[in-house]
Design a protein around this ligand. Structure first.
Ligand code: AMP
Length: 283
């Protein structure tokens, strides 16, 4: 992979990179499509990273669909598919980890201790191997892309991180490889994340700026869904991922909700338009 990427750089080509864990859906292929507008070659990776799963999480049962994934990536126009195995990425004696302090401890980090250390470490390694000009990430994992952008800045990496919009099902559910775990009833109930974010957006449109009120709106929507159990539902600053009290700068409404054993996340990004009282919403 290093040699192929080196060759592309020697030919002054612009390398785009899309790292994934496979079980591909249109959220992943949208990253490839965006990358193809700006880069050639587009390199994608599939690596189910053991270091970002907790001991009681779904590493063993995470869907692995190499054959259909390679077809999907190739149909989307991926030029090179990088498929390292775990022993190659973490050879015996591996000892070096990347920790992005502060940002990694809350929300997803609090519910999944060690998760972002695993994510930052593998993304650092992949960026170091591929050395892409651009790397594409989904806003679906807003905290993750914030942490990766911080790592890239702190460690002087040459890659520019590009954040892409959330791709959703027609009923609003954000596409996720984990949606495959849902039973038919849970799948119907899973729209509750989108409904809760829509309810927060409606309040914002009606002029509400108090974060606690928005939080309680989201929690009420989730509480009304018998199959759903909230893990967190918060309004956080888009930079620090710390709770805020008033909506006055870019922020996220972030959710993690259990449907049975499956834990799903989603978010709404809100930013003031210029100096006005008006807000722009990104669902
Ligand atoms: P994963 O395979 O789940 O690790 O995701 C790989 C990349 O795809 C990450 O940058 C995710 O944020 C992104 N991604 C996953 N789901 C979506 C989605 N529904 N919309 C946009 N990007 C997504």
């Amino acid at each position: 992979m290093k040699e192929a990427a080196r060759q592309a750089r020697a030919e002054s080509r612009i390398i785009g990179f899309v790292p994934t864990m496979g079980a591909l859906h249109e959220g992943h292929t949208a990253l490839v499509q965006r990358s193809k507008l700006e880069c050639s070659p587009v390199i994608a990776s599939i690596f189910v990273n053991p270091k970002q799963f907790g001991p009681n999480e779904d590493f063993a049962k995470y869907p692995r669909k190499l054959e259909s994934d390679s077809e999907k990536f190739s149909a989307a126009g991926v030029d090179t598919l990088f498929l390292p195995d775990a022993a190659e990425i973490y050879p015996t004696g591996f000892r070096t980890y990347v920790t992005v302090e502060g940002l990694s401890d809350r929300l997803e980090g609090r519910s999944r201790p060690g998760h972002f250390r695993g994510v930052a470490t593998v993304v650092m390694k992949l960026l170091e191997i591929v050395e892409p000009h651009y790397a594409y990430f989904g806003r679906k994992d807003a905290q993750q892309v914030r942490i990766i952008s911080q790592m890239v800045r702190d460690l002087n990496l040459e890659t520019e991180i590009v954040v892409c919009p959330i791709i959703r099902e027609p009923d609003g559910l954000a596409l996720s490889s984990r949606n495959a775990y849902l039973s038919a009833d849970e799948r119907r109930a899973a729209t509750v994340l989108h409904r809760a974010l829509e309810a927060a957006r409606a309040k914002l449109s009606a002029g509400v700026r108090d974060a606690l009120q928005l939080q309680s709106t989201m929690r009420k929507v989730i509480a009304a869904e018998p199959l759903a159990r909230v893990d967190y539902a918060e309004i956080v600053d888009a930079d620090a991922f710390e709770p805020i009290t008033r909506i006055a700068r870019p922020c996220y409404a972030v959710l993690a909700v259990f449907l049975g054993k499956t834990r799903l996340i989603d978010n709404l990004y809100v930013e003031p338009v210029g100096d006005s009282e008006e807000l722009a919403y990104h669902l």
